[in-house]
Design a protein. Structure first.
Length: 377
């Protein structure tokens, strides 16, 4: 969400804009009410997290709680112990500016019923409950410890939405139908139950991406009433993934086959987290993952792995060289698939998020360019 300067609401102490409809909720419900004593403040620039303990550094903890930064609240599905960061962050309190932006993108109105997928700390559910009332908000969390703590924090803050400990992939049929569903974790498939449990004309707002891109783009789908939903991507985001849809990285295929060698003159587009090519290309290469290996001499090798058949490709790019070596293995020529996606991206004017959208039907999902009538093959 981008607000014009005259629309921004930044009272003293708030470092992020909030739409007018949400000002009262953000004023009444500070994030600090929902954070545990030990948290990890995340630096988006470096990708590193540092521990902040309220019991030993209350001022630092309060500053982190008020800052416009993500805060990790769980590592390694709760298996992590100690103050140092764990291996994989598995629950967090999102950047307040992103929370505000997503709630505005949800387009809720008084009287609407909302299903939140991913309770986390409970802060987002409290903001929804403040605006819509407890009876109109249901929030689902798969992790029992996180769910219990969120319930306690919500009650202490004076809010009592319906808190459900369950796998959000099944939605929550007892409260259906909903006017809105909002997810706070990344998807690789939109669960059928969510569409079935949303009223015709209702909205589903969720981070969506592919295993190629790893990062997500926020998509807002309008449910059409015939088992389908469709809508545009809105902004780049990066969320922890739904636990049942996490990537299981393939291993190199066993030896015994031959490696095909060739060359390419292609130029590797930027592959940063929020660069436009990985998201767009992933909509064509949905069953491919990539990794970029840096070398001491400055070269970079792009590795491609198939998720559906034993196959890989590796292309090493060196600055100043026009021809790059290609190696491929297996029954699928992944580099040719990549080159077709790259050619399409260039031919279409190097589209970014603003030109992309998604349609979900009972048969699966398809992405589109500019409008739903132009599917990305």
């Amino acid at each position: 969400m981008t607000l014009a300067p005259e629309q921004e609401d930044r009272p003293p102490g708030r470092s992020f804009p909030v739409a007018d409809a949400w000002t009262s909720a953000f004023d009444a419900v500070p994030r600090s009410l929902f954070l545990p004593d030990l948290v990890w403040a995340h630096d988006m620039a470096t990708g590193k997290s540092r521990p902040v303990d309220r019991t030993t550094d209350e001022a630092g903890w309060l500053a982190a709680a008020a800052a416009d930064i993500p805060i990790v609240t769980q590592w390694d599905d709760g298996e992590h112990r100690g103050a140092e960061p764990g291996t994989v962050p598995t629950s967090s309190a999102s950047m307040p500016s992103l929370v505000a932006s997503m709630l505005d993108d949800l387009q809720v109105e008084p009287g609407m019923r909302v299903l939140e997928q991913g309770t986390g700390t409970g802060w987002n559910a409290a903001l929804l409950a403040h605006r819509l009332g407890d009876a109109n908000v249901t929030t689902v969390e798969i992790d029992p410890g996180i769910s219990a703590r969120a319930r306690t924090a919500l009650t202490s803050a004076g809010y009592r939405p319906t808190v459900v400990r369950a796998d959000g992939e099944s939605g929550h049929p007892p409260g259906a139908p909903y006017d809105r569903i909002i997810a706070t974790y990344g998807l690789r498939e939109v669960p059928r139950a969510w569409i079935e449990q949303t009223k015709p004309g209702g909205l589903i707002l969720a981070p969506f991406g592919t295993h190629y891109s790893n990062a997500d783009a926020l998509v807002r789908l309008t449910v059409t009433g015939d088992g389908a939903a469709s809508g545009p991507f809105l902004q780049p985001v990066e969320f922890m993934k739904m636990r049942s849809q996490r990537l299981r990285r393939p291993q190199h295929p066993p030896g015994g086959g031959s490696v095909a060698e060739s060359t390419t003159t292609a130029v590797l587009p930027p592959h940063g987290t929020f660069d436009p090519f990985p998201l767009a290309a992933g909509l064509r290469l949905r069953d491919v993952v990539h990794a970029i290996q840096p070398h001491d001499d400055g070269a970079r090798t792009l590795w491609l792995y198939s998720l559906t058949t034993p196959a890989w490709a590796a292309v090493t790019f060196r600055d100043g060289e026009d021809v790059h070596p290609v190696r491929q293995y297996g029954g699928r020529r992944l580099w040719e698939d990549f080159e077709r996606a790259l050619a399409w991206w260039h031919e279409e004017g190097e589209p970014g998020i603003a030109r992309l959208g998604l349609t979900v039907t009972p048969d699966g999902w398809r992405a589109w360019l500019d409008n739903a009538g132009r599917p990305i093959r």
